[in-house]
Design a protein around this ligand. Structure first.
Ligand SMILES: [Ca+2]
Ligand SMILES: [Ca+2]
Ligand SMILES: [Ca+2]
Ligand SMILES: [Ca+2]
Length: 321
């Protein structure tokens, strides 16, 4: 089991262990964790087999990631959130600790570089790189908000898909200055739907992130008669049937506090998710969410309830313990 970590992660893990002791409804939580660790170690012999199965150089499955943290905002320093920049670095580091990830398959966009223009450019990079036996992960953390007119009425751009009448948007570096500096859920979904990957994991840590629970496009009745090609004018190849899992830091009508959700997920991907999960040596997106959800609720005093849309068959592997 790969337990090479930096001090920051060690501190976070210790913190989460303390929280676990508080909120786990059993008094022998430490003993239980040790037992799970022992059990998990026994399975290390089988880990090579699993790595082989997901090995990019073996089965042709490559793992691609686009990690985005805005965290600073043009002419609006009061909105800056340094924790977002730390969160993306920690996630990046944890992914690289796992043998299925390589540096040249991960692009990180952060701070002043995290403009709308660069986001689109990087999404196109991802679309051009991946293919249908690959896995793609997109992580975005920034401020979020529901789209509204000046008079406060909600805006739902086509497709009209909002029960609450408002699409959700994410603020990029220039987004507090220029409305076109932001990306809304339909547009992000459009780009993600162009991915051929067999598995797509989208993680959003922002206020109102629960609104990013959209089904992939080009598969529902709404788009019958259309193909990705007719939208993109030949820009992209065919779109495969995509299994998607979306991890969102809160509900559609809630705010997110700090980077609690990102921190818990990253601890999960570091190895804790599988310890609290099925112990098969793989930290899946679903396990990381199940680990993070109660802890985020607790740490936010119940005001932040993470949500998940799981359209991925089985569990989406993110890292190996
Ligand atoms: Ca919409
Ligand atoms: Ca909405
Ligand atoms: Ca939405
Ligand atoms: Ca697992």
């Amino acid at each position: 089991m790969k337990f090479i970590i930096n001090k920051k992660l060690a501190i976070q893990l210790i913190s989460i262990a303390c929280v676990t002791l508080i909120i786990t409804p059993v008094c022998n939580a430490v003993v239980k964790t040790d037992d799970i660790k022992t059990e998990s170690k026994k399975k290390i012999s089988g880990i090579n087999e699993k790595i082989e199965k997901f090995n990019p150089t073996n089965g042709g499955t490559e793992y691609w990631a686009l990690l985005v943290a805005v965290g600073v905002y043009l002419n609006h320093p009061d909105q800056n959130r340094p924790s977002m920049l730390e969160a993306v670095d920690n996630l990046h580091e944890v992914l690289l600790d796992s043998p299925i990830w390589s540096e040249d398959h991960i692009h990180v966009l952060k701070g002043e570089e995290a403009t709308m223009r660069n986001l689109i450019r990087e999404l196109i990079w991802l679309i051009l790189k991946e293919d249908k036996n690959d896995m793609s992960l997109v992580y975005i953390t920034t401020h979020g908000y529901p789209l509204k007119n000046e008079d406060g009425t909600p805006i739902d751009f086509p497709p009209k898909d909002e029960d609450d009448g408002a699409d959700e948007a994410l603020i990029m570096y220039e987004g507090f200055e220029y409305w076109y500096g932001n990306i809304w859920d339909d547009l992000l979904n459009f780009f993600l739907s162009l991915l051929q990957s067999q598995g797509v994991c989208l993680i959003i840590d922002s206020c109102f992130s629960g609104g990013f629970n959209d089904d992939p496009m080009f598969t529902g009745a709404l788009f019958d008669g259309y193909t990705a090609e007719s939208f993109s004018q030949g820009f992209i190849k065919e779109v495969g049937s995509q299994g998607r899992v979306v991890l969102m830091s809160c509900g559609e009508d809630e705010v997110s506090w700090g980077s609690i959700f990102s921190g818990c997920l990253t601890q999960g991907f570091w190895g804790v998710a599988d310890l609290f999960g099925n112990g098969d040596g793989i930290n899946s997106a679903e396990e990381a969410f199940n680990y993070a959800e109660p802890r985020v609720k607790f740490l936010s005093g119940g005001y932040q309830c993470p949500t998940m849309l799981d359209l991925y068959p089985g569990e989406y592997p993110v890292t190996f313990s």
